[in-house]
Write a protein that binds this ligand. Sequence first.
Ligand code: B3K
Ligand code: ZN
Length: 855
Amino acid sequence: MSETRPSQKPTFLSDYEPYPFELDETRLDVTLDPQKTRVRAELALRRLQDAELVLDIGKDVQLDRIAIDDTPLDDDQWQRDGETLRIAATMPERFTLQTETVINPSANTAFEGLYLSGGIFCTQCEAEGFRHITPYPDRPDVMAPFRVTIRSDLPVLMSNGNPVSESDGVAVWHDPWPKPAYLFALVAGDLRAVSETFTTMSGREVDLNVWVRPGDEDRAGYAMESLIRSMEWDERTYGREYDLDVFNIVAVDDFNMGAMENKGLNIFNSKLVLASPETATDSDYERIESVIGHEYFHNWTGNRITCRDWFQLCLKEGLTVFRDQQFTSDLRSAAVKRIEDVLALRARQFREDQGPLAHPVRPNSYIEINNFYTATVYEKGAELIGMLKRLVGDDGYYRALDLYFDRHDGDAATIEDWLKVFEDATGRDLGQFKRWYTDAGTPVLTMTEHWSDTGRLTLRFAQHTPPTPGQSDKPPRVIPIAVGLISPNGDEVVPTTLLEMTEAEQEFSFDGLAARPTVSALRGFSAPVVLKRDQSPGERAFLMANDTDPFARWEAGRQLARETLLAMLRGDEAGADYLGAFGQVLADAEVDPAFCALCLRLPSEEEIAGAVSDSGATPDPEAIHAAREQLARQIAERHADALDRIYRSHEVPGPYSPEAGDAGKRALRLAALGLLNRLDEGERAAQLYQSAGNMTERSAALSLLIAAGKGKPEVEDFYNRFKDVRLALDKWFMLQPLSAPPRDAVGTARELAAHPDFDWKNPNRFRALIGGLSANHAGFHAADGSGYDFLADWLLRMDAVNPQIAARMSSAFESWARYDETRQGHAKAALDRILAAPELSRNLGEMVGRIRNAA
Ligand code: B3K
Ligand code: ZN
């Protein structure tokens, strides 16, 4: 490996050692300047052991002064090596380390540490960004109260905690809650606030502000409403109250991810704050509500109780995702939310678990921690909490959580601590459950049914977890399997019952049944497993029509659709059962439009490719695209009248509201339109585009037109309408490569990449275009390798500017080894080209290295 490359040395969980110093207070004095920001830091330290003082320091930080208790250190008393600063001087038991550094926010294109976004100074410190601001023990188990002075003539100056004073361009903030450096934030700029006051359950008043750029105030209202709902919900559901006098949210345009839970000063990607009916879709609104909730909920699960080290990331992320999922289900439809979450889990986490990037929810090692903010840590991490709750019951769960907050408030905790509160609160042994945290891979659960005429039904289960990188043998785990039984006339004869599987093979019996029932298994998706069962299309159609568990009902239809598609790919006709059962779903459209909309959605091409590959065959992206199109057309032909009725009767009158009821009706109407689009070649979509009163309809109509190979005038119109609205223009950059007929996708992406508005250093714009193409399955996996080449070119270009974004987008290559030899050859060449780049970042180097090892 060449010397210019950053270290590829892994960090191991087993090497954890406590920090030998205690940090009593951190005082920062920051004089802002776009090119030369000066940071004076004072760390009040206490020695716990006889040890060298080791701090982290970014290579981009110019260190001008280093002193202990006002005495500058001699050159031979300290040493800077890579990202480490070692201080060998003998220190008293208590001392203050003083440093002075200069950093250049305007040169910071990686958006980690302190940077500038559209004239606003802002920070991102998780996971290891604080070291790019000042030398520091930049690890989550070193916590301290912060006092921060900001000097600048910009009108708004903010940091964490409560404001102390502000005058003549000097603002002082104090955060009394000890926190690790990753939760530090600083914002300065010309910002305007949408403000409210919130009275907490114990009667304290909190000032709430959502800060945006001048002119954006009228798009910040929904974020504020969502914040208030989050605060009320956390008090109601978990008894958790907010703990500072102010809560500030700031929207910035350049942000590597969605948002960040900095104590009292959340920083958000503007995409997750700004919304108006004309510029944001129903899903954007839903996402804003859920991410505002997520970051707010971190105040307790993440901030008051943080992680001991980054291996414990799921401690805060899995739990906080679980909490935000509960929040959305309580506010909207629980059934719909569960299905959406399972769809996302399967699309991202199962795919991860089944490929070269598989890792445990609590990993054992990493090279670059930012590569581990994954679907496994977040979404599978949340599933583990859901399983725990199912296993110990609601009462046990909330008792355990109360104990967790009591026992660990102010701690940097571990997964062991987390499991222990459940054991102590419920008396249950969670030794076997812990394997869910330590073992990677998605268990495959096989179920067979045995009926005896004495009225007994026996269900036999076998579990097996396939090997994953570095882990070959996996012992059985405890799997909660929720089951219900439905009689031939559609009545539920056994309501939902939780079976606890703990062995590799195990059986459970039900007695006293008058007739052989149909089994509704894995209700509510009670465990993140792949369930395999032999079931006839007729039985699936029966469940699709009769199951009382909404998830299982949806799942039956989904399985039927998958099998129908697999059969079509083998050259068979589309199954009559599926086409028939679809009619039943349409007949129930009025009951729950949002649920019905989900039932109308066919499996994605990516999902079908996964299913083909599971069956031992090689997926052919073009054939998959064609089969899916053909099935959609057949459904549309068979149910044209019902679909047209739904389309006409579900127009939502009156002023736009993003709430679940109206959004569900729009979703159903657009799902019907999606199918009809195959018959009328864009006619209805073109009309809808013209009459659309909101972005939900307008963007859906636009993508249907593009998919139909039409829509040139509409694409142009959309651009002209939104060319000055960044977030809306991102949709324009995304929808074209995403919805284009596969043969045009790469060409479209290339043209757009040359467009003057392709401001690629902005993460949202880059993700829109590059992510749009990667999500066009048959387009990205073009047989000539042009999709792979295009992605490799852009990853390399982005890597030099923003390694986190490049690394994240590289996961589009994750499943390359499942395709045919020609495609594999092209993918390998593209991956090898990336690996050969002379100055590859640690981020992209680790990701591509792991992906390339797939075969
Ligand atoms: N905790 C942040 C994610 C930080 C990602 C660092 N690469 C947002 C969240 O999960 O709430
Ligand atoms: Zn989070």
